[in-house]
Design a protein around this ligand. Structure first.
Ligand SMILES: *Cc1c(COP(=O)(O)O)cnc(C)c1O
Length: 499
């Protein structure tokens, strides 16, 4: 045995191979660095806030390496490079955009997934990994009240999950089979608050951008169903082809949830596909006290979710669910002679290549599956409801603070702005000044790195927007954010805005 091993190593020396001792040494050192980094997160700024020129200089104008280098040194050095020059969405006071803190088990899962490196396109290439992905998909469906027998696929994120729903709708509704000229222009309906994935999906699909009807929202930024009905009826009268309505379960700007049951009823009445974008909000449907609209996710023909948001999976992980699995297969399953993937040893199997646009597929399911097993449904309920409670706390603190104006709170998104006391402006000039002041304030806040929020533009108002999808955030962090905003607002008001 020993001689055989030796002959193997002497036969070929691949520059990328690592012997077990070298791998162990490099790995242990890296894990130690990662553990120290995670431990140090709360003491670090959310971001060092360096300008791009500094970041580029740190990296250096490295030429393409001609010769290799020691992997242990490379890893140790690269870990430092990243730890010192990144923005940390795992930081307790990172509340920007809708990007979650990543579960540490997800990092370890990625190591394990990359080690086995199954190709989760075909069952034969990834027997256990494929079954784990299917189990993950069924768990996700169950968690949010979607039928467990649905079809589904994990993709890179919310955009891709929405594309999958969109393309399945187009396929099922026969949109490309009939030329648009003879059958009327295809029409899609979505509220003004819909995420920009829609424009990209329309572009990819080859439809004209003006296929989308932008439906007005109410004072809480939810789609007005009366306006939706009017638009659909008008388009049918004009000879167009309405085929798809998009509802959002948790909008990016304010966390608004469209009236999903009413939209679903309209879709049934007019025989339209109902797609729900739940990239941000869908997982809140797992809460026992979820808002009634969220309990209607099952009314969507398709549903997009983002495990890299409220399941706290490290990037990237999105998930598309389609109620009738067959519709998903009809859209994405092609069987050239060189692939025969649906039967193994006389037993039926489902290969994920038939359920989505990708061919070779990584094992992103593992980090999601392990997160679900580590925390369990109850654990997720606790983390998601804590996030929502913290956003509410922020809203309450802002509302009680004379120099802050609390604007909205829905799910775990709160918007507010700084309003200086005794501001001697009225009407338009006042709004304009407040927009400029809060823009400057946000820039300063993001650069300083004490706490990180992003912005929303709602009803013409430039707002600070905090989104808590972060299991590390505490009430003290929310209080720190409030204090930082007050301090910067006062400073800017006293010293004047930058030109
Ligand atoms: C985040 C988000 C998206 C896009 O998802 P990615 O994962 O960033 O691709 C789409 N829609 C909504 C409502 C979102 O919150």
């Amino acid at each position: 045995m020993a001689t055989q091993k030796n002959s193997r190593t002497s036969e070929r020396r691949a520059p990328l191979e690592m012997n077990p001792e070298a791998f162990r040494r490099a790995g242990h050192r890296l894990i130690d660095q990662v553990a120290d980094f995670l431990d140090s997160l709360p003491q670090r700024p959310v971001t060092a806030g360096n300008p791009p020129s500094v970041i580029r200089k740190r990296l250096g104008q490295m030429p393409l390496p001609r010769q290799g280098a020691d992997p242990q040194e490379l890893l140790a050095e690269t870990a430092e490079l990243l730890f010192e020059n990144s923005l940390f969405n795992g930081h307790p006071r990172f509340l920007g955009y809708i990007t979650s803190s990543a579960a540490p088990i997800g990092a370890l899962a990625d190591l394990l997934a990359a080690t086995v490196n199954p190709n989760v396109g075909a069952w034969t290439l990834s027997p256990m990994a494929t079954e784990i992905e299917w189990q993950t998909i069924r768990w996700i469906a169950e968690m949010v009240g979607y039928p467990r027998e649905c079809g589904g696929v994990l993709v890179s994120g919310g955009n891709m999950a929405n594309f999958v729903g969109f393309l399945t709708a187009m396929h099922h509704m026969n949109i490309r089979e009939k030329p648009t000229t003879s059958a009327g222009q295809p029409r899609i309906y979505a509220s003004q608050q819909t995420h920009t994935w829609l424009q990209k999906a329309v572009e990819i699909s080859g439809l004209p951008q003006d296929s989308v009807r932008s439906i007005a929202t109410d004072s809480h930024f939810r789609m007005r169903t009366a306006a939706l009905r009017q638009a659909i009826e008008a388009d049918f009268r004009a000879g167009d082809r309405p085929f798809l309505v998009i509802g959002t379960a948790g909008s990016v700007s304010s966390g608004a949830i469209d009236p999903l049951p009413e939209i679903a009823a309209l879709c049934r009445e007019f025989n339209l596909w109902f797609h729900i974008d739940g990239a941000y909000g869908a997982f809140a449907a797992a809460l026992p006290d979820a808002p009634p609209e969220l309990q209607a996710l099952h009314s969507g023909d398709s549903l997009a979710l983002d495990p890299h948001k409220w399941l706290y999976a490290p990037l990237e992980a999105g998930c598309a669910l389609v109620k009738e699995a067959q519709h998903l297969r009809n859209t994405f399953s092609f069987h050239p002679p060189y692939y025969k993937f649906d039967e193994v040893r006389g037993e039926a199997v489902e290969s994920l290549v038939d359920y989505g646009p990708q061919n070779s597929r990584g094992f992103r399911a593992l980090k999601v599956w392990l997160g679900l097993r580590q925390a369990g449904l109850e654990g997720y309920r606790q983390m998601i409801s804590d996030d929502i409670a913290l956003a509410r706390y922020l809203f309450e603190l802002a509302a009680a603070e004379g120099e802050l104006e609390a604007i909205s709170h829905s799910l775990s998104i709160t918007t507010f702005r700084y309003v200086p006391p005794n501001l001697a402006l009225e009407g338009e000039p006042r709004e304009e000044y407040l927009n400029r002041l809060n823009t400057a304030l946000l820039t300063r806040l993001q650069e300083e790195g004490e706490a990180f929020v992003s912005n929303a533009l709602l009803g013409g108002k430039y707002l600070l927007r905090a989104c808590v999808v972060n299991f590390r955030t505490t009430r003290a962090d929310i209080e720190t954010l409030i204090q930082a905003v007050l301090r910067l607002g006062r400073e800017l008001q006293q010293r004047g805005l930058p030109a």
